[in-house]
Write a protein that binds this ligand. Sequence first.
Ligand SMILES: Cc1ncc(COP(=O)(O)O)c(C=O)c1O
Length: 429
Amino acid sequence: MSSAATLQERAAGLFGPVSSRHTDLSVVRAEGARLWTENGREIVDFASGVAVTNVGHNHPAVVQAARDQMDQLVHAGHNVGLYPSYVTLAERLVELVGDGQKVFYGNSGAEAVEAAVKLALRATGRPGLVAFKHSFHGRTIAATALSASAAAQRTGYSAALPAVQHVDYPSPFARGATVEEEVKRCLAQLDEVFALTLAADEVAAIVVEPFQGEGGYQPAPAEFLRGLRERADRHGIVLVYDEIQSGFGRTGSMFFYEQLGVAPDVLVLAKGIANGFPLSAIVASADLMDRWPAGAHGGTFGGNPVACAAALAVIQVLQSGAMDNARLRGEELMTGLRSIVDRLPMRAQVRGAGAMIGVELRRQDGGTAGDMVSALRRAALERGLLLLACGPDKTTLRLMPPTTLTAEEATRALAILDDALTEVLPSVE
Ligand SMILES: Cc1ncc(COP(=O)(O)O)c(C=O)c1O
């Protein structure tokens, strides 16, 4: 008698190609930095559900907070009435971001980006938007319009997308330039947009990832954000930081912009905020929020009680040592990765902060090396380490373990990568 069908077999006829996946794993259980597959494999997870389970899969404190909340109230509808976790989380977010801020909740990253854009359009009464090449902001219409990380994501939708001017994002390694040269070049490009195609006083918002995610795990230089901040202030433009991927402890601080010392007008949060429960938020100055009138935006599920309770536990865990651990493990991983990629006859840059690390590989002539990254990912997964890729041609290996990664797991991951490199090295031309 044939054994029961696997999840992959059952899924084969159920989903279209749009529901594509990075691997053919079938995951049945997960804990911390490990997951277990349907066929019993244990995998060290450096994907974290794409930078979501920032304090580790099924963190006991988060699961307990969600359970306790479920015993009390699963849904009330924030449009219908207030409930404790909705208010308490907003209080905590305002404490984290700073006095004089207000909060709006959504369910996903794209939805929060959409909210930030609508807030900026409504509060300024201006039509224009500026974003950056290689950025990714999500899949709703406004978020797709802001994104410029792959034409495939926009194809067929262009008629519906609002106009956005895209400017280069500093990428010193890829361009073989210094950080200073890149910052100057990208800001000059923005000034040229203002001068030639979209007057600055027509711009509602500049939307930027302080640490570009899908675009190649590329942290912004502080000087670049200072340049954006200065232009936003000069022209009355709303500066929006999309920290959906880099926020909530991932980089070793609650938000990455804190490490750069340049604050936004609107902070957009999702992914790790509730460690896997769907929740997003925008946090913006009261001055802006108070110019967004009742009825101008809304939604049924935003700020769900269980997701808010989970987020409160996430903050507690992050502040009780997980962010310190992320910084420590991040340094160990980056040191180990540098000595591993030194063996490659390629140009390589290891960069990042905390548990957000990219390894960009380039051929000696500067060309991308997505094939090598893909071979490394495959060899690593065979050995029990799950890694994703990002950036142009997927030429950057992307490490996003939980902030709670143990020293033993970090060592194991480095050993697997080292071994994977030994396997793929002979194929490097
Ligand atoms: C920086 C950034 N913004 C927005 C999004 C979209 O978030 P979601 O997939 O939850 O809509 C993502 C998702 O990868 C992201 O990395």
